[in-house]
Design a protein around this ligand. Structure first.
Ligand code: IPD
Length: 302
């Protein structure tokens, strides 16, 4: 049966605002966290409470859909299948959240046939909402939880640089003029750490030093907000090696609908999967997208 993506979107927005209220009401501290993989892979009671609320509401509204959530994921057991699947990160940017650094969000995605079909990303600290529906574009809204006429912002079509969708976004140049986000994530050993360290170095170093002399590197601390910033046209690219489907599912839909593209973070992978774990996002542009991706891969490849 056809999935009513608009109905899913409307439910996800309402669930996102409820999650936002829970996140704002919480009072986490760096001492109140538990750890998962290691000392920097943290989870709070709020992450768990928000995921419980989200899964309860989504299972009630769409009882036949599957559900994948960060806090209930079991390695080797939880899978994204062809069925409509909610892919949820209750708090993306947990480290920012416990520090009160206002760059955290709830990330709610729906995948159909393993492809992102709806994405809702909501940062309650800034009351900033990003949404996307496959085939229908993506939007940003300020003061999103306020009532209409009481300061709620207009929904602005993404990318922002396209003047509400009436102008094509500017062309992309080469790496030395690009602003790129890249994250360390929580894994700090083994092959994954080597991959990240090498990628950071190669991007940053001057050409004489064997690098790509990238224009600027940022770490926002939330995969979903990195993807939304690419969708908005505020960042040119985002690379991460080691995050999961729930970090990217919602933002990926928002990026696609803004003309952006998700490819593999490993050189050569133009097609990539939700659970590929190594991602490269590039913003929408009138030209230069493929050239910039190739230059990026050239620089990080050995
Ligand atoms: C993390 C954030 C971070 C990224 C990590 C993710 P979490 O998500 O998105 O930016 O670097 O890989 O795990 O743990 O805060 O939900």
């Amino acid at each position: 049966a056809e999935v009513d993506l608009q109905a899913v979107h409307d439910t996800l927005v309402s669930v996102a605002f409820e999650a936002g209220r829970m996140i704002l009401a919480a009072n986490p501290s760096t001492g109140s966290t538990n750890t998962k993989l290691n000392a920097v892979d943290i989870v709070t009671e709020t992450d768990k409470a928000v995921e419980r609320m989200v899964s309860t509401r989504l299972r009630a509204a769409f009882p036949t859909f599957a559900f994948v959530g960060e806090e209930t994921y079991q390695a080797g057991v939880t899978r994204v299948t062809d069925a409509p699947t909610f892919i949820v990160d209750p708090i993306d940017g947990t480290t920012n959240f416990v520090h009160g650094f206002p760059n955290a969000c709830v990330s709610l995605g729906l995948a159909v046939d393993r492809a992102p079909a709806v994405g809702v990303v909501y940062n309650p600290f800034q009351d900033l909402l990003f949404t996307g529906i496959k085939g229908k574009g993506s939007y940003m809204q300020r003061n999103a939880s306020l009532e209409e006429g009481r300061g709620r912002g207009e929904k602005v079509r993404l990318p922002l640089s396209s003047a509400g969708g009436t102008r094509p976004p500017p062309a992309l140049g080469n790496l030395s003029s690009a602003l790129v986000s890249i994250e360390w994530g929580s894994q700090r050993d083994g092959d994954n750490f080597e991959l990240k360290a090498r990628t950071f170095r190669k991007l940053a170093a001057s050409k004489e030093n064997g690098g790509g002399m990238i224009g600027g590197m940022r770490s926002l601390g939330s995969a979903a907000l990195n993807l939304c910033a690419c969708a908005a046209g505020q960042l040119d690219m985002y690379w991460e090696g080691g995050c999961y489907a729930w970090d990217v599912a919602a933002g990926w839909c928002i990026l696609n609908e803004a003309g952006g593209r998700m490819v593999s973070g490993n050189p050569g992978g133009w097609e990539t999967e939700l659970d590929s774990r190594v991602y490269l996002a590039v913003r929408g542009a009138s030209s230069g997208q493929e050239e910039l991706v190739k230059e990026f891969w050239d620089v990080i490849g050995d």
